[in-house]
Design a protein around this ligand. Structure first.
Ligand code: ADP
Ligand code: MG
Ligand code: MG
Length: 251
């Protein structure tokens, strides 16, 4: 599904290489976790895949279902099924959450050559998804993320994901700053969306999230590359021994 080969990325404004030959393949139906020390380039990888400005790809490739992601506009990437949940969700004053969701869904449909969803169908869809995620009606009416607690913002992102039904979901430290209950809700939301046609890339520092979202594959990223890949036991190893021991082994 997602195939990254020898990806090399530098910052546009600074002469700084961040990704230094990153290889990663994520198959449909799988959950891959990426762990790794701060500053290793995990967020940069997510941003580059989503098409954020400020980065220059100096080599390598990234494809989604065989299509060149790096050639697409950000909204084309979303229409192709890519979704990125940010570490710090943005607040959008003046735009109601429902309006935002509907606009995002319709933009995706339009890019796919599909008809807009009717107001009635949309309402039904959002209410159903919100209910399973324990998001109350009040949160749907408020401006996007304005005054939301950390946990509410994360749940709102999972709601966006549930409504847009992307095929490749990237969660960049969606667990940071969450209490145990909120983390469990996020994990439940992800687990509810797991299916054979959808893949997840879960970037996290914490094994405890992976207690709730069982990954199929765990990768360690360091200094702009994937340096180690294993099963769920690799996350337990990180928790127990820290990165330096594990990275020492591979150095
Ligand atoms: P991670 O998510 O693994 O913590 P990041 O991708 O956020 O790593 O950062 C990788 C490196 O790139 C860090 O050294 C960080 O300081 C640097 N970096 C990323 N984006 C920028 C930016 N816009 N300006 C300056 N430095 C940046
Ligand atoms: Mg970081
Ligand atoms: Mg990061």
């Amino acid at each position: 599904m997602l195939e990254i080969k020898n990806l090399q990325v530098r910052l546009q404004d600074e002469d700084k290489q961040i990704l230094k030959g990153l290889d990663l393949t994520v198959e449909a139906g799988k959950v891959h976790a990426i762990m790794g020390p701060n500053g290793s380039g995990k967020s940069t990888m997510s941003y580059v895949l989503a098409g954020r400005d400020g980065y220059e790809v100096t080599g390598g490739s990234a494809t989604l279902d065989g299509r060149d992601l790096l050639e697409m506009e950000p909204e084309e990437r979303a229409a192709a099924g890519l979704f990125l949940a940010f570490q710090y969700p943005v607040e959008i004053p003046g735009v109601g959450n429902m309006t935002f969701l509907r606009t995002a869904l319709n933009a995706q449909r339009k890019a796919r050559g599909e008809e807009e969803i009717s107001a009635g169908d949309f309402l039904k869809l959002v209410r159903e998804k919100a209910k399973t995620l324990k998001i109350d009606a009040d949160m749907l009416k408020r401006p996007v993320n304005m005054g939301f607690s950390g946990g509410e913002k994360k749940r709102n992102e999972i709601l966006q994901m549930a409504v847009l039904e992307p095929t490749m979901c990237i969660l960049d430290e969606t667990d940071s700053g969450l209490d145990v209950d909120a983390m469990k809700l996020v994990a439940d939301g992800v687990n509810a969306l797991r299916d054979a046609g959808r893949a997840f890339l879960v970037i996290t520092h914490y094994q405890r999230l992976l207690d709730h979202i069982q990954p199929d594959v765990v990768h360690i990223m360091a200094a702009g590359r994937i340096v180690k890949t294993g099963g769920p036991e690799l996350a337990l190893e990180v928790e127990k021994e820290g990165y330096s021991d594990i990275l020492g082994e591979t150095a």
